[in-house]
Design a protein around this ligand. Sequence first.
Ligand SMILES: Nc1ncnc2c1ncn2[C@@H]1O[C@H](COP(=O)(O)OP(=O)(O)OP(=O)(O)O)[C@@H](O)[C@H]1O
Ligand SMILES: [Mg+2]
Length: 321
Amino acid sequence: MNINLSDFAKSKILVIGDIMVDCYLWGKVERISPEAPVPIVQTLKRTYMLGGAGNVALNLASIGCQTDIMAICGNDKAGDQLKQMLSENLITSHLIFNDAHLTITKTRIMALEQQLLRIDEERIQTLQVGLKEYLLSKLREIILSYNAVILSDYGKGLLKTPDITESIISLCRANNISVFVDPKGKDWGRYKYATCVTPNSAELNLVANENIESEKELIEISERIRKEYSLDWLLVTRGSKGMCLTGEFPSPLLIPTQARQVYDVSGAGDTVISVLAAGVSIGLSFQDAAMVANKAAGVVVGKVGTQPITKDELEAVLNHS
Ligand SMILES: Nc1ncnc2c1ncn2[C@@H]1O[C@H](COP(=O)(O)OP(=O)(O)OP(=O)(O)O)[C@@H](O)[C@H]1O
Ligand SMILES: [Mg+2]
């Protein structure tokens, strides 16, 4: 495979989807509360990360793509935090701040070398008609500058707004821009005509209403779903079993993972869709881009916590095989 990672700098990719703040509160525990049988965590520091669609954008920026994000958040402190983190990571933000929305924040209380508790502040909310029209008109203005669009659906409402996903996909297709979708839930009608959808095995089982056991079944059902939703490609991520790519070519492609030490699989799906879209946008075939994405995901599962892949790590893993 002929790939020059510095080509990523020429590629401009837009992520649209559910953005969130991942907050970590680090502390120590020295005593049990006199009020209730729970530990008292004395906080030492607080760290923030871009989560959800923000983590997809972070992966793209981290491998050197020109990266933009379009999303909605609240008019609140966490929203300001998002804006600052996006700018620190050189991600161009088309964030819509809205009073009726809340910036989704997931706070982990970390002590005794583990996660003690997670506190989620979120409201599942679709966009009001006016906001939807605003987002789509903004998108119509800027769409032609992108090489690819990624829809990162975490089920928080943005991409469930009636007709929004359908409108974005048809706008991309009308302008010959590939559109990649990381799906949520079983109603895939809104993803129809996307260039590629990237479910994990559980998400494929859900949409197909099956319990896939063999690779033969996996391939048959992938093909059925791909045709049912008129997708060019379907990339199923299979955890430690790797990936299955089906599309417009004679035989499906099963890509195994290389055995490695796994620390934290969260965020692997974000890395897959980012590297896949980036690879295709610089001219790799879907097969080659999927193989690169598989290697990239193999690196991030070896890191503690949700962290993006870097260009140097990708370079190293591609050269070692
Ligand atoms: N144990 C593992 N060893 C090597 N690679 C792995 C392992 N688990 C996951 N991967 C890599 O990560 C990819 C995505 O993993 P998975 O199918 O679990 O995605 P996901 O469920 O969408 O993840 P996420 O938690 O980010 O939503 C796999 O296709 C594979 O390339
Ligand atoms: Mg996923």
